[in-house]
Design a protein around this ligand. Structure first.
Ligand SMILES: *Cc1c(COP(=O)(O)O)cnc(C)c1O
Length: 374
């Protein structure tokens, strides 16, 4: 049996090597390393795939979130509501822009924002909501979109973990990341659509926001050496765009392979009295960026140690909710409960999840887990 990895980029690369190597070689031959033709091609192909008007590539997913917020022209002190149970990047960029992150608790089944809590957190200073489509499943965009409409708030979707997933809104299916004002994603190697280094993108159907974001990624400039707004330097390398353009053609297949592995896990742990398998919503695909179990009765760490002994990796995403992070202590509201996120941080365990898991590996993983409870 091949070694079991949390994410198996090696085997995936070997499977696609001929096409990826050709694409990379062609960039090397051209030496157009910055803003080469592959960047435009990928940008257009991704826009077509997502059915969105504009894709603005950038250097990573964290930048994508920052660029989106900069384009909204918020003022220092404006409040942005987001989840306390997510990767740090989401809240980092809010604070860096001198905006105020307002953290709210998540649903214990979907791990995404609770719309009622979002509504409770709204003040006259609230300007935007950042729903995070955590682990590959959509936040409740139907209700969050309604709340944003009622209170005239922007929505910036953090789609770093949900690229390619469909969501049903108003009876119509759209890709996650294209429902709000701006969607942001990451092409970090382990993401569902990953490159061979860092990369990211913003998406929008709004022409004005698109123009603004295109300026911001390029030092606030449309015409070289003329700067209209304060921007940043955030580009997707041509080599990364070439890799991504090859991989984009496989994205639906990648996501299906992840779903098949998740189905296998689900079947093995069905009705287990100490394990809860990931909840699957009706209005959203789950593309399993992570397959995350909840382990009851305080047994999570012991189960993880048991897996480690058998040579099976697993991870805790995330061990500390953001309101308990030292760096964000000043934003942790004391009159609010984060009990769901706190409990999740003690119970969640993410299993190996990628496009190359074999049935032999999956059987070994599930047998090892089940044997722990015997
Ligand atoms: C990965 C990730 C990001 C940041 O992406 P980078 O490309 O690593 O900067 C942001 N939000 C979430 C939820 C992520 O998983």
């Amino acid at each position: 049996m091949e070694q079991i990895r949390m994410v198996d980029l090696q085997t995936q690369y070997k499977r696609l090597q001929a096409d990826i190597d050709t694409a990379m070689q062609s960039v090397l031959q051209s030496t157009a390393f910055i803003n080469g033709p592959a960047v435009k091609t990928f940008q257009q192909n991704l826009a077509d795939y997502l059915h969105v008007k504009h894709v603005i590539p950038c250097a990573n997913g964290t930048d994508a979130l920052q660029i989106a917020l900069m384009a909204l022209r918020l003022k220092p002190g404006d409040e942005v509501i987001t989840s306390t149970f997510t990767f740090i990047a989401t809240v980092e960029v809010i604070a860096l822009l001198q905006l105020k992150p307002v953290l709210v608790d998540v649903d214990p089944h979907t791990f995404t924002l609770i719309p009622a809590e979002v509504e409770k957190a709204i003040t006259p200073k609230t300007k935007a909501i950042i729903p995070v489509h955590l682990f590959g499943q959509g936040a409740d965009m139907n209700r969050i979109s309604q709340i944003a409409k009622d209170h005239q708030l922007f929505i910036v979707e953090d789609s770093a973990q949900s690229i390619g997933a469909n969501y049903i809104c108003d009876g119509e299916s759209s890709k996650l990341g294209t429902l709000g004002n701006v969607g942001c994603t990451s092409f970090f190697p382990s993401k569902n659509l990953g490159c061979f280094g860092d990369g990211g993108a913003c998406f929008t159907n709004n022409d004005e926001l698109a123009a603004q974001m295109r300026m911001i990624v390029n030092h606030g400039s449309q015409k070289k050496y003329y700067h209209k707004v304060i921007g940043v330097n955030s580009r997707l390398d041509t080599i990364q765009a070439a890799v991504l353009d090859v991989k984009l053609k496989h994205l639906d297949d990648f996501n299906k392979r992840r779903q098949r592995a998740a189905d296998y896990y689900d079947a093995a742990f069905k009705n287990h009295n100490e394990l809860t398998t990931p909840h699957r919503q009706e209005d959203s695909d789950h593309i399993f960026h992570q397959y995350t179990l909840k382990v009851a009765n305080g047994k999570r760490d012991a189960l993880q140690a048991h897996l480690k002994e058998a040579g099976i990796p697993s991870m805790v995403y995330y061990p500390v909710p953001l309101h308990q992070q030292e760096a964000f202590a000043e934003f942790a509201s004391t009159d609010q409960s984060f009990s769901n996120a706190e409990q999740l941080s003690r119970e969640v365990l993410s299993l190996p999840m990628h496009t190359e898991l074999t049935e032999i590996q999956l059987t070994h993983i599930t047998d090892t887990i089940l044997s722990f409870f015997e």
